[in-house]
Design a protein. Structure first.
Lengths: 100, 146
């Protein structure tokens, strides 16, 4: 059993790259001018979290974590679809009468 | 050999994911940012999962990884399409340097119908056409070519 979960050089490099990507997406979440920008960045952050999960599963030799990835992608997809539905309905509701 | 294969796959995948994140940070527009995340991040996580399948060398793990990749490749374009459509209806602005917006003036946002006739703004201002002065018919009976 490896005492540290992230052992080798490849794993360290992968975690560094993915964490840098998550920080970039986090800056866009904080700064995004509109609501869909933030949703796109959050969507990207869950995909990046899935990548981090895969690296963690590989570093600890526990393939069980890949099952969490399936659930995570499903939840992300449903959340994005629900948000798009809500956004479209709200856009329909606040449309003025004579606007085309 | 095995380590070289999965190390290359995972490093390329992580680099693609970083590319997607940098695109989200740097691109000027919601739609361009969405194109960056949808394609680069999907391919990046797919390469990571294939790398994990190569690393574990187990049929069960490989089947789960491939199922996840298939699911991502099937759902990511649908989610991006729905989100882009909703963002267009909300009125998220395009980048000012965008070349064309095919739906502008053709789309009835109330009934969600496409129309072939451009209602407003007018076609001339939309396409930046010059104002054409219509001449009477020439002596040969044909309409003058514009």
């Amino acid at each position: 059993m490896n005492p540290s979960p992230i052992g080798g050089l490849i794993e360290t490099a992968l975690v560094a790259v993915i964490v840098a990507a998550i920080l970039c997406a986090l800056v866009r979440v904080a700064r995004g001018p509109t609501l869909p920008d933030r949703v796109v960045a959050l969507d990207l952050m869950t995909v990046l979290g899935l990548g981090l999960l895969t690296v963690y599963a590989m570093a600890t030799d526990e393939p069980v974590f890949l099952d969490i990835g399936i659930v995570l992608t499903l939840v992300t997809f449903l959340a994005t679809i629900a948000f798009a539905y809500y956004l479209e309905k709200s856009a329909d509701a606040e449309l003025p009468g004579d606007e085309r | 050999m095995n380590e070289i294969v999965f190390g290359t796959l995972m490093l390329v995948g992580a680099a693609l994911m970083l590319l997607a994140a940098v695109g989200v940070l740097r691109l000027p527009d919601l739609y361009t940012r969405m194109h960056s995340t949808t394609k680069a991040a999907s391919l990046g996580v797919a390469l990571l999962l294939v790398g994990a399948a190569v690393h574990f060398q187990d049929y069960g793990v490989a089947a789960r990884a491939l199922a996840t990749v298939t699911f991502i490749f099937m759902t990511s374009p649908i989610a991006a399409h729905l989100l882009g459509r909703a963002a267009y209806f909300v009125g998220t602005p395009l980048w000012p340097g965008s070349v064309r917006d095919d739906l502008r003036g053709h789309y009835n946002r109330r009934t969600h119908e496409l129309e072939s006739v451009i209602t407003r703004p007018s076609r001339r201002t939309l396409l930046r056409l010059p104002r054409v002065r219509r001449k009477p018919l020439g002596g040969d009976g044909r309409a003058p070519r514009p």
